[in-house]
Write a protein that binds this ligand. Sequence first.
Ligand code: ADP
Ligand code: MG
Length: 331
Amino acid sequence: MSAPPPLVEVTNLVKHYPGERGLFGLGPPRGVIRAVDGVSFTIGAGETLGLVGESGCGKSTVGRTILRLVEPTAGQVGFDGRDVFALTGPELRGLRRKMQIVFQDPYSSLNPRMTVRQTLREPLQIHRLASGDDANRRVSALLEEVGLDAAFADSYPHELSGGQRQRVGIARALSVEPAFLVCDEPVSALDVSVQAQVLNLLADLREKRRLTYLFIAHDLAVVKHVADRVAVMYLGKIVELAPAPVLYDAPRHPYTRSLLSAVPVPNPTAQRQRIVLQGDVPSPANPPPGCPFHPRCPHPKKSERCRSEVPALREVAPRQLAACHYAELPM
Ligand code: ADP
Ligand code: MG
């Protein structure tokens, strides 16, 4: 049996923003910010790909560019065999329906002047999916599906808790019956006690609706139980990509190893040696030459080559990709 074609296919995606303006913000932009710097991956239908990395490494820009909420600088995105960046007009609108986003901050992503009903009816109207009583029935069914009483339809966002608002955000994304959801740090703004509930809801919806997810988080612990494969980003590039069990058990990139060494280990006899990363994340406006991670890399074999030659993302073990010249050597 051959593998099904991927639902989402991202090839050499690049997004540069103009750099800061000099002369008190009045001069021309200086240089470019390499927010996303040549990212490639696929997501199979029904699969969840976790996308992890420190704040500012380009995760949201990847998610938003795939959905064309941000225009790309270069690269390709295929969705269900279609070229996302080539579509316009009604074709683009049709595609937008199939690809939705759940934002990090349910406080700012909902319009404070709209009731939950208005929020959920709006996409149904834009995509001409339902109106009148039919739309109201859909609103009730959606609320129930995300674990809210239908009576919440007439509430305003300020009357809801953070978890309830995020459930409304999820219902809004689902209202147009998408196949693919970008979940951009969907639980980062929520209380720890509520995070697991929302993660469970997303997992249930994935099963029930056979959804495909790009699941963004800044923390490897969050995606451990939801992702089939995990991609780790650093300064606009993917530095490691592997099935979740492989990545957590046998990480090969020194950055992934460092991130995982900071995660508490439940079994004290399996204590990992803690690696403390030195220095701050460099700016994407001025990335270091060679391997972008080399200034902070704790690998004992780090060499001159790391300072001059950008390591390619290559297969270092079956189904495991890493962008490190010394990925095969122990640390
Ligand atoms: P993440 O989601 O991983 O925190 P982002 O994708 O939001 O990272 O940002 C990546 C980089 O691009 C950051 O340096 C950020 O400051 C920059 N950036 C993001 N959006 C813009 C924008 N609209 N204009 C200029 N720079 C931006
Ligand atoms: Mg982000």
